[in-house]
Design a protein. Structure first.
Length: 374
């Protein structure tokens, strides 16, 4: 069977201080086609939504896409790489060259160091251990920032190049060379909105050294950062770790990360243990969207069991102001606890993730309760 190039559109709007983008795609779904869209401030994580209630034939999907583009053009959006003229469904075929194909994510050989979790009962070991240093864990998306020959790029946890918020990219561009980091580098951290919290140096001078030396290199760079890039504080003594841990819990932080001061930077996730461990105060899980819950504003969610099969773990409501994520999307869900053979208890939708894949949606994430609630 011959494959066909499905149309898509990328539009930008930079009027009145705005810097927004809108992307719409025709995608195959089963025996038909759907139209999906993504929108938001340029360079940030975009909201997504399904623009067709179910799979339709290709002409209907193309008409839906054309209608979306015309609506955005009427609001001042311009097609990327194309003329700012309107078009109709009848001219869609001849205008197809004005649609920007959906980009394939460029991959790099860079991967972050991933963390295994610890139980609350093990916390004392890390608080009392002088070799374990502690940092706050932020509720954001894992990102790396690479500077190569003066060019800045964002990289997600799978090694793909992704956009960075404008303020973060500009702050990274202005960082000068230092004695400790004289050339190119890769920062590792978490992106929260339009602020990047840096906690390690994945590449650069001295990156093969222990964390205590990498932290010194980071501190030499941090004096040149703007407010859009911030160095995460590192707490070293038992007294300091205990005091800061209490403050973070009271402030409602997501959790903490413990790092061995003498450990190298090792990309990937170890099968167990590791030199970097995380303790989450709030239980959350990355789940796969199985599908909509009828006409309600909620979706069914799945996790993957050790055999590789998908297991339903209930459903979660989607707030009215947010788009309903499509089937197959990965979303973050907070919950009070889970119980074996049952569903997540008191699940709360936290948003869609674009930095994960199906392999991250394992049932082993869950914090279980021994019995089901009454």
């Amino acid at each position: 069977m011959d494959t066909i190039a499905l149309p898509s559109a990328v539009l930008y709007c930079a009027e009145g201080g705005s810097d927004k983008e809108y992307r719409a795609f025709v995608e195959a779904r089963g025996t038909g086609f759907v139209v999906t869209a993504a929108w938001g401030r340029r360079g940030t994580t975009l909201q997504t939504g399904l623009k067709t209630p179910a799979a339709v034939d290709l002409p209907t999907a193309e008409k839906t896409l054309a209608k979306l583009v015309r609506e955005k053009q009427a609001k001042g959006y311009l097609l990327a790489g194309g003329p700012a003229r309107p078009f109709t469904p009848a001219t869609l075929g001849s205008d197809r060259q004005n649609f920007t194909p959906r980009e394939s994510v460029e991959k790099t050989d860079i991967r972050p160091q991933l963390l295994n979790g610890i139980d609350e009962s093990d916390t004392e070991l890390y608080l009392t251990g002088p070799d374990w240093w502690m940092q706050q864990k932020f509720d954001g998306q894992r990102r790396l920032i690479r500077k190569t020959a003066g060019t800045i790029a964002g990289i997600n946890r799978t090694g793909g190049i992704v956009p960075l918020p404008k303020a973060v990219a500009e702050a990274a561009q202005t960082v000068p060379a230092t004695e400790q980091v004289p050339g190119d580098w890769v920062l590792d951290g978490e992106l929260v909105g339009e602020v990047f919290f840096a906690f390690d140096l994945a590449r650069g001078a001295g990156v093969a050294a222990c964390y205590s030396q990498r932290l010194l290199a980071l501190q030499s760079m941090a004096g040149q950062w703007g407010g859009a890039i911030r160095l995460v504080d590192c707490h070293r003594t038992e007294a300091e770790k205990r005091a800061e841990l209490a403050k973070m819990i009271e402030a409602g932080a997501e959790g903490v990360v413990f790092r061995r001061a003498d450990a190298p930077y090792t990309p990937g996730r170890p099968n167990r243990g590791g030199d970097v461990r995380k303790l989450k105060f709030i239980a959350s899980a990355s789940c796969l969207v199985a599908g909509p819950n009828g006409d309600k504003r909620s979706v069914y969610i799945d996790l993957i069991d050790p055999r590789g099969s998908r297991v339903n773990v209930g459903k979660v409501a989607i707030p009215g102001k947010l788009p309903i994520p499509p089937p197959g999307a990965i979303i973050e869900v907070q919950y009070l606890y889970a119980y074996a053979g049952g569903c997540l208890f008191q699940p709360v939708y936290q948003g869609q993730r674009d930095d994960l894949d199906d392999r991250d949606c394992k049932i082993g994430q869950l914090k279980f309760k021994a019995v089901a609630p009454d």
